[in-house]
Design a protein around this ligand. Structure first.
Ligand code: UDP
Length: 311
């Protein structure tokens, strides 16, 4: 089996490449390196079954030879990144998805879309089942990511229905773990780096907003099962253990033994108040649920940042 992974040098993309190579796939990784880093793939350097090419998937994708699977993981995903790169985010979700689907169709490959819990926006149904259509402001600051992914879901579904290609859509909820960029602006990496360097922990708003954090190994297992056993309907992959941002700050302080003070900052515009996946579908269809606790996952992530901050 030969797989193309777009966004291969990103946080999730690189973990997916590791898993595919370990499972015996030949993998072609593609990345334009605007938010990805070659260092995320250093462990695959010299592996005969892995190749990385630098390419922007918003332009035509040409891959000689057979391709059995296309995993479309390219996109800025941290709110801080997509606010800085709004046009790139819209283009990779629309043009990039179109090119990746076109390649999958030409090769007769199965297509996998990494979609997002942001498809639900600032949700008015809680927890969020796949049947919820969401609450998104198309012209709000987060619209560039949310609408790009919603369009990508619509396009993927149209290719499935109209062109008969095999597709999967994963709605990925907040995921964390080794290889997040220390400066990527997301809450887990920010809090850990701040705690380890003695900087203030920046809680946005009053910290009462909630998120549900999935450790990367659990996430990759869920995605692989969806790829192998799932159907074409969107499927939530995330950890349903919900915490407030304030609770996360306390937990990180405790696990790092840090004396960093907590500093409250302005809440970003239209920051979702709550977020938690309903994973009944993943449990029923895939026999999947996360098994790594927030405490254990944070410990592993803290170890990673301790090492990476020394270099
Ligand atoms: N957040 C925070 N401090 C930070 C970074 C983020 O309090 O330094 C909050 C943010 O406002 C949001 C939550 O943490 O409520 C998760 O933010 P993140 O950027 O990780 O991703 P999101 O879930 O918003 O896409």
């Amino acid at each position: 089996m030969r797989a193309l992974v777009t966004g291969a040098a990103g946080f999730l993309g690189s973990h997916l490449c590791d898993r595919l190579v370990a499972d015996g796939y030949t993998v072609l990784g593609m990345d334009n390196m605007i938010t990805g880093a070659a260092a995320n793939l250093a462990q695959l350097d010299g592996a005969p079954s892995f190749t990385l090419v630098q390419h922007d998937v918003t332009t035509f994708i040409s891959v000689p030879g057979a391709v059995d699977a296309v995993f479309h993981f390219a996109s800025p995903t941290s709110p801080a990144d997509y606010l800085k790169l709004p046009i790139e985010t819209l283009k990779v979700g629309s043009l990039g998805t179109h090119n990746a689907l076109g390649l999958a169709m030409a090769k007769g490959a199965r297509f996998f879309l990494s979609s997002t819990s942001e498809a639900y926006g600032d949700p008015q149904v809680h927890p969020q089942p796949e049947s919820y259509w969401g609450h998104v402001n198309p012209v709000g600051p987060r619209g560039v990511y949310d609408e790009a992914k919603r369009f990508a879901e619509a396009l993927t579904t149209a290719y499935h229905r109209h062109n008969g290609i095999e597709t999967r859509i994963a709605r990925i909820f907040n995921t964390y773990g080794p290889r997040m960029r220390p400066d990527d602006g997301r809450v887990v990496s920010n809090f850990i780096v701040q705690a380890l360097t003695g900087e203030p922990i920046t809680v946005y708003g009053d910290g009462s907003q909630t998120r549900s954090f999935c450790y990367v190994d659990d996430q990759i297992e869920g995605l692989m099962r969806l790829f192998q056993q799932g159907g074409s309907d969107p499927t939530n992959i995330g950890n349903p253990t919900e915490v407030t941002v304030g609770e996360l700050a306390e937990l990180v302080l405790q696990l790092t033994d840090s004396r960093s003070p907590i500093e409250y900052r302005e809440l970003p515009v239209e920051d979702p108040q709550v977020r938690c996946p309903d994973i009944a579908k993943a449990k029923a269809d895939l026999g999947w649920e996360p098994w790594i606790s927030l405490q254990d996952g944070l410990k592993r992530t803290i170890e990673y940042f301790k090492t990476s901050l020394q270099h």
